[in-house]
Design a protein around this ligand. Structure first.
Ligand code: KMH
Ligand code: ZN
Length: 284
């Protein structure tokens, strides 16, 4: 079994859209179904193993509408072999009950944030009862959660969650450190390594992302420390100082190149599915 502290290959997650950036500000942000599928295809070819999806409506606004979610899951699953992960975080304005309905779209995986956190000027709400409800629902539906850790306290909450609810479907425990959100865990190497040191023994793999300017330092630190990578326009728009990415694939290509140089090449989608213990929902 692959240990949580060192991994032979690198899972590259692409988070292409998010709920925060406006299409009007960044027209190349993939917000339509066609753009999402095209992005998924190109990112898979460049080395991504998992796609973290937030959907948008016809006006390009974030939505948790069941039909949009279902269409996105079906279309990406048909077009690629990527692990299809739906965000249950949505936007900071989405009510908790609505966020639970995301699992009705039958994703392979879902995000599960391990506690409430500052989120810029807002609050991203994840009370204990919601975490437990979402976790139990994911276990029941055989959906593999990715535990999102925005704070060191979230690592401790994950310990409590595993003690209370047991292991996820598939038996693997994958976490993702989301660092550098204003007001939450800083995007520093020190904070990341403190989080890694606190991980429960049940954790089988971890990845990290840095928001905004923390993106590259966290990418390098995660690779050096044996972690996996999350990249994409949800987290960071800039490929270089003053240079906005024109496509998410630029981030995936860069991550795959760095991972290869570090002798930890990008995992295939088959390897990604094994790493995470994903149930195969593909029709083929
Ligand atoms: N959009 C943020 C409020 C997740 O996807 O689960 C929450 C978020 C985390 O992006
Ligand atoms: Zn997200």
């Amino acid at each position: 079994m692959m240990s949580a502290s060192s991994a032979a290959g690198t899972l590259i997650t692409v988070a292409p859209t998010g709920a925060e950036t406006a299409k009007a500000d960044v027209p190349q942000l993939p917000t339509t179904l066609d753009e999402l599928v095209e992005t998924a295809r190109r990112c898979e070819a460049a080395g991504a193993g998992l796609i973290h999806i937030h959907v948008r409506d016809r006006e390009h606004r974030p939505t948790l509408d069941a039909a949009y979610l279902r269409d996105a899951v079906v279309a990406v699953r048909e077009a690629t072999d990527l692990v299809v992960q739906l965000s249950t975080g949505g936007s900071v304005h989405d009510p908790l009950e609505k966020r639970l309905t995301v699992l009705d779209a039958d994703p392979d995986s879902c995000s599960l944030t391990c506690g409430t956190t500052n989120f810029g000027d807002d609050v991203f709400l994840n009370p204990w009862g919601f975490m437990v409800d979402l976790y139990r629902l994911a276990q029941e539906r055989e959906v593999v959660p990715e535990f999102e850790l925005f704070e060191l306290g979230h690592v401790h909450a994950l310990r409590r969650l595993i003690d209370t609810c047991g292991l996820p479907f598939g038996g693997k425990v994958h976490v993702d450190f989301v660092t550098g959100v204003p007001g939450a865990m800083p995007g520093t190497v020190e904070a990341l390594l403190a989080g890694v040191a606190m991980l429960p023994a049940e954790v089988t793999s971890w990845s990290a992302t840095g928001i905004g300017r923390a993106h590259l330092p966290i990418l390098g630190a995660a690779l050096a420390a044996g972690g996996h990578l999350r990249v994409g326009m949800e987290d960071n728009l800039f490929v270089a100082r003053g240079q906005v990415a024109q496509h998410n694939v630029e981030f995936v290509e860069r991550a795959a190149t760095l991972a290869g140089l570090m002798q930890r090449p990008a995992l295939s989608t088959t390897q990604a599915r094994e790493l995470l213990g994903i149930k195969d929902r593909r029709a083929r």
